[in-house]
Design a protein around this ligand. Structure first.
Ligand code: UD1
Length: 428
């Protein structure tokens, strides 16, 4: 069992390069199913969620060639199964994208319900509504989502809730459907635009991605492509907060500054200086952060996936901040861990009241999910003493080489192997 050990107190200084976007990669990789020719995908992040998807593609019959640690070539022509058993799908949320992709390829899909981080109930009713609009019959039986259509025919679907997953899944199912599909109240996240750009690079006809109305005119055939995934907005945002929380200065490279605007705005509000370049941002912080209020919202609002990291910064702010979670029902589970380090945070439903303290103290803590794990690292970087973070497999799902990247800019952070006392007893 590995843990991450952080000795806090170092001011970070230097340059850090951001990897490809996790949430774009986990949509783009299943989308290769819609094509029968080789797809070369570049700027793929080296994270465990991507490994899971690539493994699924391989087990379904695709041939996969790893060119280097951020480039893969996938030949999906050998895929002939529309089944994704629980052993493959429950490891991550994005496995639900195989429903849309398989429907698009085979007009049918049988996929065990997806897993992923636990933020309370994670329904897929809007995905199903979209598939039904395209003419599919969807049932859930024997623990599997079954979708079948004699023929997929475009239609108009209004999402009752702005959903990234439903928008992706409906796009995937609609790309080769007959006629025009319109998604209204669509999600506008950067990874939605990236998926549309990827599909269009293979010959799809998708317009409006990045706005709340996406129009997809079905095409018969998608051809091979070479495509480079956009940089990860949340990884970049996490390093921006790493600079701010350590009173340091980081040049964060390989980013799209436009995607970081909501994060930059809040960091400026708490006193950081942000400089934007074409493909980089510099974040500098002197002194203690000021307090501020944050509401997470779908893009272009402040991202929910930056909520734990921002709460951690505000835990050290001068004054009282209010963090309101506007996307998920239950995304404050990590607060108990933060309070072990001396943070003063009171949660009432979707609202956290954060009374800033002058310092955090190291403690043994655990990652309760992916971004909460990143928040524990940030807290450890700022805390006095040695913080030990458990359950780091959550962090490895979405951060490419985070320990190496932070070490290179002055953090005292490492992975250490621990023997679980229960395992040791069992071995004796
Ligand atoms: C994606 C991201 C996740 C991020 C989230 C919100 C991926 C792989 N994951 O998750 O990191 O936190 O967007 O930005 O891209 N909802 C419904 N019915 C549905 C679908 C969703 O009610 O059919 C609700 C959810 O419960 C939630 C909200 O809509 O309250 C947003 O969910 P959604 O955007 O679908 O999140 P994911 O795609 O699962």
């Amino acid at each position: 069992m590995e843990k991450i050990i952080v000795n806090g107190g170092n001011r970070l200084k230097g340059e850090v390069s951001v990897s490809g976007a996790k949430n774009a990669a986990v949509a783009i990789l299943p989308a290769v199913l819609l094509c029968d020719e080789i797809c070369r995908i570049e700027n793929v992040p080296s994270i465990s969620d991507v490994n899971v998807i690539v493994r699924i593609l391989y087990e379904l019959g695709a041939s996969v060639k790893v060119i280097d640690n951020s480039t893969v070539e996938i030949d999906p022509s050998g895929i002939n199964s529309f089944m994704l058993p629980a052993s493959m799908s429950t490891k991550m949320r994005a496995s639900s994208y195989f429903i849309g992709a398989m429907l698009g390829r085979f007009n049918r899909a049988k996929v065990a319900p997806p897993g992923g981080c636990d933020f309370g109930v994670r329904p897929i009713d809007q995905h199903i509504k979209g598939f039904e609009t395209l003419g599919a019959t969807v049932t859930i039986d024997g623990g599997m989502v079954n979708a079948y259509a004699k023929e997929l025919i475009g239609g108009s679907v209004y999402l009752d809730k702005v959903s990234v997953g439903a928008t992706v899944n409906i796009m995937l199912a609609a790309v080769k459907a007959k006629g025009l599909t319109v998604i209204e109240n669509a999600a506008r996240e950067p990874h939605i635009v990236d998926l549309a750009n990827f599909l269009n690079s293979m010959g799809a006809d998708i317009m409006g991605a990045g706005t709340n109305v996406i129009k997809i005119r079905g095409v018969n055939y998608l051809h091979s492509t070479t495509y480079s995934i956009i940089p990860d907005q949340i990884e970049a945002g996490t390093y921006m907060i790493a600079a701010a929380i350590t009173g340091g200065e980081l040049l964060i490279k390989n980013v799209i500054p436009k995607h970081l605007e909501s994060i930059s705005a809040k960091l400026e509000e708490v006193g950081a200086t942000i400089e934007e370049f074409d493909e980089a941002v510099r974040v500098k912080m002197d002194g203690r952060p000021k307090c501020c209020n944050v509401l997470t919202m779908p893009h272009p609002g402040f991202p929910t996936d930056m909520q734990p990291q921002m709460t951690t910064l505000l835990a050290l702010a001068d004054g009282v901040s209010i963090m309101t979670e506007g996307v998920w029902d239950n995304r404050f589970k990590y607060v108990d861990q933060l309070t072990l380090m001396g943070a003063k945070v009171k949660v009432d439903g979707k609202v956290a009241v954060i009374t800033g303290v002058e310092f955090l103290s190291a403690a043994p803590v655990r990652a309760t999910d992916l971004r909460a794990g990143a928040a524990m690292i940030l807290a450890g970087l700022a805390a006095d003493g040695q913080t030990e973070i458990d359950n780091i497999e959550f962090i490895d799902r979405g951060y490419d080489n985070i320990v190496e990247k932070l070490s290179a800019v002055g953090a005292d952070i490492k992975r250490r192997e621990f023997i679980d006392p229960n395992e040791r007893r069992a071995a004796i």
